[in-house]
Ligand binder design. Structure first.
Ligand code: KG4
Ligand code: ZN
Length: 328
């Protein structure tokens, strides 16, 4: 839940994390997620408004994620946003979640100044549900250049973490353990899908990792975890950045953005920064609070749409997938 002003400055940003409810199931349980959203959505709005001392009547529009995602959770958000907009007689703006991620480099607040980034740029979205490369020519002008054919990068991290007996969401734990490990200890397959391909595939890596882990005696596993994590993480990072490089070469774009939860990965940031420096690319990785799923990026996308005179109909339905017109 977030409030942004007319310049895109984040006035405040709150999140109601519910990972602890899903942890014992090893992943997100959709029904638990949406039930919990019904509990937290209004208190979170009240909390936010109280913190910033702003009354609902001072708000010019309400943006909400309408797709893609888990339908139950989307329904809670969309119905709440529609109802509030209707009762306040202000526009309601349905946003594609992926657009929020791609526009997140423009978010700024008291801690982070506004970026000098301009359109067009290359956007790499790496999250729990997506691994895609886009050419971003402006708000609403997206061209998908490539995407994963199977698992998303975040999913590849989380499944590997589960295999090692680490708690959900495991991406961050793999990152932490990898810091004490040797990334050359194990060799995992790098899937490039042919020279210059901008698509991704992580299923071969997942299978190879499973075989490797199965070949290790159970009583040895804990001790080998850091090396396993470092080697596995390195494979994902090398593939992601190699493809980002190819995308820059193929499009001629000199600015690149990495966003989505996996951009939190410390090794990915390291590899990306070295690559950008060598290739002469202006690289923007928004601060973590704007990269992982957050309300501010949706509010900003809503602001941009509103500035263009766009809003959504009260009859709009949430959807589990992107629509063709989203270009996302
Ligand atoms: O963008 P996001 O917050 O939510 C989605 O839209 O999916 O991304 C969440 C994903 C999860 O798969 C999580 O494990 C991964 O981002 N993640 C990480 C790290 N922090 C979060 N993966 C690797 N290293 C991290 N430090
Ligand atoms: Zn996301």
């Amino acid at each position: 839940m977030a409030l942004v002003d007319h310049t895109g400055k984040v006035i405040d940003l709150l999140a109601a994390n519910q990972d602890f409810l899903h942890r014992k199931f090893g992943g997100i349980v959709p029904e638990i997620a949406s039930r919990n959203h019904t509990l937290t959505v209004l208190p979170l709005i009240e909390d936010l408004l109280a913190r910033v001392k702003i009354h609902l009547s001072e708000i010019d529009g309400i943006a909400v994620t309408a797709r893609p995602g888990l339908i139950g959770s989307l329904m809670v958000g969309v119905i709440t946003a529609k109802t509030l907009a209707l009762s306040l007689n202000i526009p309601f703006i349905a946003i594609n979640h992926l657009e929020g991620h791609l526009l997140s480099p423009f978010l700024h607040d008291d801690k982070t100044p506004a970026t000098s980034l301009t359109f067009p740029y290359l956007g790499m979205l790496v999250s729990g549900g997506h691994t895609s490369l886009y050419r971003v020519d402006g708000v609403g002008l997206y061209q998908r250049l490539g995407a994963t054919l199977d698992d998303a990068a975040g999913e590849a991290f989380d499944k590997f973490a589960k295999l090692l007996g680490l708690e959900y969401p495991g991406g961050i734990k793999v990152d932490q353990l990898a810091k004490q490990g040797n990334r050359d200890e194990y060799s995992f397959p790098h899937s490039y899908l042919g020279p210059g391909s901008l698509d991704f595939s992580f299923s071969g890596l997942k299978t190879a990792a499973l075989r490797t882990v199965q070949s290790i005696a159970p009583d040895q596993l804990e001790q080998k975890r850091p090396d396993l994590c470092a080697s596995y993480q390195e494979t994902i990072c090398q593939v992601l950045i190699r493809k980002l490089g190819w995308a820059c070469e193929q499009t001629g774009l000199r600015q690149a953005v990495i966003t989505g939860g996996v951009s939190a990965n410390s090794r990915l940031r390291e590899v990306a920064e070295v690559w950008a420096k060598n290739a002469g690319i202006q690289l923007v990785i928004p601060p973590l609070r704007f990269c992982t799923d957050n309300g501010a990026m949706i509010a900003l996308a809503g602001l941009e749409r509103l500035n263009r005179g766009e809003s959504s109909s009260q009859s709009l339905a949430p959807a589990p997938r992107s629509l063709a017109e989203d270009q996302l």
